[in-house]
Design a protein around this ligand. Structure first.
Ligand SMILES: Nc1ncnc2c1ncn2[C@@H]1O[C@H](COP(=O)(O)OP(=O)(O)O)[C@@H](O)[C@H]1O
Ligand SMILES: [Mg+2]
Length: 293
């Protein structure tokens, strides 16, 4: 039994005593398709529905969740791991009481932790599992960096695509890269698609069908459709004004669609409910697949 297995057992034991959060990883094949916009707006919509939500920004380099929310975190995940900060200290409060954690360099550092640091981190993450119902991970894009490992580790994936042909082919490449991995557990995973920047409900459905068919035919991966977000200039101004559309203009078409998608997320099957594993377990599994990969 290796170190990660040992810790996994500990996490399992802790889980029996404490509830674990629902982890949702928001991802895409290519950048700029709306992952951060989706993460922020769904966080707000789920919080409006009475869930306690925290966003973990794992998109290194671009600190764009904080830009969209207009908040500045003081600390990040690396401070939690290396500088003795508590979980409360690294969470920044956002609008409506959603939490925000900046991954910073911490996500990359996760792989090289010694046993004691890893233990300390897991204990803190178990605490996070108690504090929130939903953890949304904004993973970044593509098949490089840590995106594939996040997709492998999280039981629930939201894949964002747009009508641009490269968005669809890159999303397919991501699924293909995931499918090649030995750890990929197609039965224990739910991959849901959101279409963004579409002209109509119909266009959203059409581009979803494109990826659904190839994923099913060539990769034997079954996708599920969550809904669409229309192309709307109001989303661009919301980003500039640092006031997400779900807050600033809740009656607008995009905000209504974000709400519909959030409601669909809340109506999940019993099987899926059982797959809910908590952030401690997901990050542990992430560390393990990074090490193997
Ligand atoms: N539905 C939409 N309609 C219009 N513009 C959008 C929409 N969704 C996103 N955008 C614009 O696209 C830009 C990139 O979105 P973002 O969420 O940062 O993408 P990603 O996180 O995937 O890189 C945003 O700054 C926003 O201006
Ligand atoms: Mg982003």
């Amino acid at each position: 039994m290796d170190q990660a297995d040992e810790l996994r057992k500990k996490v399992e034991l802790l889980k029996e005593q404490t509830p674990s959060s629902r982890v949702i990883a928001v991802t895409s094949g290519k950048g700029g398709v709306g992952k951060t916009s989706v993460s922020v707006n769904l966080a707000l919509q789920l919080q409006k529905q009475g869930k306690r939500v925290v966003i973990l920004d794992a998109d290194f380099g671009l600190a764009n969740v904080e830009v969209m929310l207009g908040i500045r975190p003081k600390y990040n995940l690396a401070d939690l791991i290396f500088h003795n900060k508590t979980i409360e200290e690294i969470i920044t409060q956002g609008p409506l009481g959603i939490g925000f954690i900046s991954g910073g360099s911490g996500v990359q550092d996760l792989v090289n932790l010694d046993k004691d640091r890893l233990k300390g981190l897991i204990a803190k993450l178990v605490k996070l599992d108690n504090m929130y119902d939903v953890v949304i991970i904004d993973t970044g894009a593509g098949i490089s960096d840590s995106v594939v490992e996040f997709v492998l580790s999280s039981p629930e994936i939201l894949l964002v695509i747009t009508p641009e042909p490269t968005s669809i082919t890159d999303a397919y490449s991501l699924l293909k890269a995931v499918n090649r991995k030995r750890e990929f557990d197609r039965n224990g995973k739910s991959i849901k698609v959101i279409t963004n920047r579409v002209e109509s409900m119909r266009e959203g459905r059409e581009i979803y069908e494109k990826i659904r068919i190839v994923a099913s035919k060539f990769l034997n991966i079954q996708l599920e459709y969550l809904g669409y977000v229309p192309m709307d200039k109001k989303i661009i101004s919301a980003v500039i004004e640092q006031n997400p559309i779900s807050l600033g203009d809740p009656g607008s078409e995009p905000a209504i669609q974000f709400k519909n998608i959030a409601n669909r997320l809340l109506n999940r099957s019993d099987k899926e409910e059982k797959q809910q594993s908590g952030i401690a377990k997901v990050l542990l599994s992430f560390i393990k697949s990074k090490k193997n990969g």
